[in-house]
Design a protein around this ligand. Sequence first.
Ligand code: FAD
Length: 292
Amino acid sequence: MRIDEILKKKRTLSFEVFPPKKNEADRSKIFATIDELKTLSPDFISVTYGAGGSNARNAAEIAGYIKRAGVEPLAHITGGPSSPEDIDRVAGELEALGVENVLALRGDRPADYDAEYCKYFAHATDLMDYLRRGHDFTLGAACYPEGHTECETLYADLVSMKKKQDSGASFFITQLFYDNSYYYRLVSEARRAGVTVPIIPGIMPLVNPKNIARIKSMCGSTIPLDFRNMIEIYSSTPSVMEEIGLNCAVYQIIDLVAKGAPGVHIYTMNNARTAIEIYSRLKKVFGGLFGA
Ligand code: FAD
């Protein structure tokens, strides 16, 4: 089913997985993870895609597995340095597997990129315009509550969001964030800029303190002071850290749902246990799936 249609009917719950390197043990592990996530009846599961299409086959195989498991896949595609032929090949594979939903992205550029890099798909909008001409996917796009790292002002990023909507994005999924006020600001400013489609918040439970530095350098997300203090005190006790990470994620989600977010997308990092824990706590608050 198409995600824009699902969003018209209910608040969505979704997860994100990434394709592991291609060896048998890792493949079985990701399939087992998907089987576990499926028991939570998600509305869709998204599959990431290497910048430049490095793991395209692998990603398509996983999207196909999700589809066969009876869950809607959302296949990410990055344009980046790909040629139109590369994109047609990936899109064709996904269509053959029955995948209907694509999250269209540019992908990160290497620090030393030149004018030739991203020759065809300089932005996600170029990829969306191209996909719309030759393929029939429901398109989603990325957005950034604290602004994209390349953008000088939040306003410029909002203009980009509107361009993505004009290029066919029928929903957005946000970069991860730990302070909900950035999400609320983004939604309110995006509405003023003419963005009308649903903006789904992306939540990544921070259960491993080793990821903190990586999160800051990769996506610039702010970690609130009280959360950082807890991490500093308890980082050497993994079981306590896990509880803190889970509770903070659940707290964020309850607040988001209470204030009307159209869904919640959980970056699971292929860890079904984290998703299951969060789900069971949310169920105590909301009964069924977010009151759907
Ligand atoms: P763009 O939309 O091109 O935005 C990049 C910059 O250009 C922004 O500053 C924006 O404001 C500006 N811009 C956008 N459109 C225009 C335009 N038309 N004209 C001028 N300027 C413009 N990366 C992966 O490699 N694989 C993944 O699977 C993946 N999944 C992701 C999922 C989500 C939900 C998110 C939030 C990010 C994901 N990323 C992924 C990371 C993403 O590729 C990077 O953040 C990348 O740097 C930007 O991608 P984008 O699609 O937002 O690019």
